[in-house]
Ligand binder design. Structure first.
Ligand code: ZN
Length: 253
């Protein structure tokens, strides 16, 4: 469901599920380069660490100040209370548990139904705000294999939301088939096309400095790829992707 760059501009407005991490920031940059009106949404569901919620405000501020063309397209930011998730799920993101794999083959960071709920809430808001496209950074090439991030799930949600609200929604998933190195490269490419001199480097620097991915909420250790503990699965993935992104293209696998 990733749109080619040459796709006709039938859709002009989007709501980006924006958590303040690397992936959703890249999705937001893509939406700002593609759609005329872009709003953002996030959910507060008792995450163990609030740094991600703080990070998203910093990213929004930096995007606005450093990318003037995008600033004109960036509209309202919405933070919805989804605390009900904490009542139905016991998982490592909302409780103080160690990260491990469960017998189901899924990591215990999996919150059943979370993305389905988020997309439903996002669609309800998009309906009210007259926004046509839902943009989300879900990815099948990620390490976790979350079933609610898969392409088939997104296609089914697109159909269910469109039928259930009698409004044609498009779910745009620009990262679905990208690995983390390619996600860094996409950000660089979007920055280059932003109209800002050396915009590619500027966007990569912004993502390194201001986005947050670490599961442990660590903002004290600064690495070449950004802040984080460097040990948790999210940090390892981000670090490896950044390292491969920096390698010359010819030596990339
Ligand atoms: Zn970490």
């Amino acid at each position: 469901m990733t749109l080619p760059a040459s796709a006709p501009r039938i859709h002009t407005s989007a709501l980006v599920l924006f958590s303040g991490g690397q992936d959703s920031t890249t999705c937001l940059a893509q939406a700002l380069s593609r759609y005329e009106r872009v709003e953002t949404i996030a959910f507060d569901y008792g995450q163990r660490h609030r740094v991600e919620l703080d990070a998203r405000l910093n990213v929004l501020r930096e995007l606005q100040s450093r990318f003037p063309r995008w600033a004109g397209r960036l509209g309202e930011d919405h933070l919805l209370d989804a605390a009900v998730l904490g009542q139905v799920s016991e998982c490592a993101l909302t409780r103080d548990m160690a990260f491990e794999m469960e017998s189901s083959g899924l990591p215990n960071t999996f919150v059943p139904g979370r993305n389905l709920l988020f997309l439903t809430l996002a669609a309800a808001l998009a309906y009210r705000r007259g926004l046509q496209v839902l943009v989300t950074g879900v990815c099948e090439t990620d390490f976790s294999g979350y079933p609610d991030c898969r392409d088939d799930t997104m296609k089914a949600m697109q159909l269910a939301l469109s039928l259930g609200m009698d409004r044609r929604f498009l779910i745009d998933t620009p990262l679905m088939w990208l690995d983390k190195a390619e996600t860094w490269a996409l950000a660089h490419s979007l920055g280059e096309q932003s109209g800002v001199p050396r915009g590619g480097d500027a966007l990569v620097e912004l993502i390194v400095e201001h986005t947050h991915t670490c599961y442990l909420g660590d903002r004290t250790h600064r690495h070449a790829w950004g802040y984080g503990c460097g040990q948790c699965p999210a940090c390892v993935l981000r670090a490896r992707g950044h390292e491969r992104f920096l390698q010359p293209r010819t030596s990339r696998a």
